[in-house]
Ligand binder design. Structure first.
Ligand code: IMP
Length: 213
C-alpha cells in the first residue's frame, strides 16, 4: 500500500462539526494534520450525485493545492420514505439564500415531508447516516472507506450536542439521539474496539485499520 509520507495529511473539510469529530477520532494517532479551513483553501463545488464523487472532489482539490495526501468526508442523512433524500444534498437543504446554514429549518423540512408521506410509524421513519471517506494523493490516486448507521427520525428534535441533523436521528439500539450524545458516545469507538457507532466512526475505523495502525 502506498505510504503517507512523513505521517502528514490534510483534512479536506471546512465543516466545523466534522473537523471536531475528526480531531477526536485522530487524537490517539501521531499524525500531523492540518485542515483545509485552517490553510484557507477554497471549498470546491460538490457537483457529484454520489458520496464517493463528492469526497473525491474535496480530497483531490486539497491534495493538488498542497502537494500532500488529503482525507475528505462526504456524508449525509438518507430517509427511506423520502427515497434516500436529502442524501448528498443534506447540507444544501440547510443552506439559506445568503449562503448561511440553518439546520432547524432543514429538520422541519424533513419532518414536513415525512408527514406528507404518512411517516408516522417507526417503520416509516427509518433513516441512515452515510459517510464516505476518500484519501487522495496529489496525483489523483484515491481510496475509499464507507460507514453507515441505521436508525429512525424522531420529532421534536432532542439535544444540542453534535451538528447538522443529529437532534432528530436516534440510532438503533439507543434511546438517545446523536444530539444527546457526547462525541465519544456518538463515535462509540476507540482504537482497538471491534465496533463503532456513528457512520463517520465506522468509516474512520476502516481507514484507521488500513492506514494508521
Ligand atoms: P457535506 O458532506 O459537506 O456535503 O455535508 C454533509 C451534511 O450532512 C452536513 O452538513 C450535515 O448536514 C449532514 N451530516 C453529515 N454527517 C452528519 C452527522 O454526523 N450528524 C449530523 N448531520 C450530519
Amino acid at each position: 500500500m502506498r505510504p503517507i509520507p512523513d505521517r502528514k495529511f490534510i483534512l479536506a473539510s471546512h465543516n466545523k462539526g466534522k473537523l471536531a469529530e475528526f480531531a477526536e477520532l485522530l487524537e490517539p494517532f501521531g499524525y500531523q494534520i492540518r485542515s483545509a479551513a485552517e490553510l484557507g483553501l477554497d471549498e470546491p463545488e460538490e457537483t457529484g450525485t454520489r458520496f464517493e464523487e463528492n469526497a473525491y472532489i474535496k480530497a483531490f482539490t486539497a491534495a493538488k493545492a498542497t502537494g500532500l495526501p488529503a482525507l475528505a468526508d462526504d456524508s449525509g442523512m438518507c430517509a427511506d420514505a423520502l427515497g434516500g433524500a436529502p442524501g448528498v444534498y443534506s447540507a444544501d437543504w440547510a443552506t439559506l439564500p445568503d449562503g448561511k446554514r440553518d439546520f432547524s429549518q432543514a429538520m422541519e423540512k424533513v419532518e414536513a415531508l415525512l408527514r406528507e408521506k404518512g411517516g408516522v410509524t417507526p417503520e416509516a421513519r427509518r433513516a441512515r447516516f452515510v459517510a464516505v471517506l476518500c484519501l487522495c494523493f496529489p496525483d489523483g490516486e484515491a481510496e475509499y472507506y464507507r460507514g453507515e448507521v441505521e436508525g429512525r427520525l424522531v420529532w421534536p428534535p432532542r439535544g444540542s450536542l453534535g451538528f447538522g441533523y443529529d437532534p432528530i436521528f436516534q440510532p438503533d439500539g439507543h434511546d438517545r439521539t446523536f444530539g444527546e450524545m457526547t462525541g465519544e458516545e456518538k463515535h462509540g469507538w476507540r482504537p482497538g474496539d471491534a465496533q463503532a457507532l456513528s457512520h463517520r466512526a465506522r468509516a474512520f475505523k476502516k481507514f484507521a485499520e488500513a492506514r494508521l495502525a
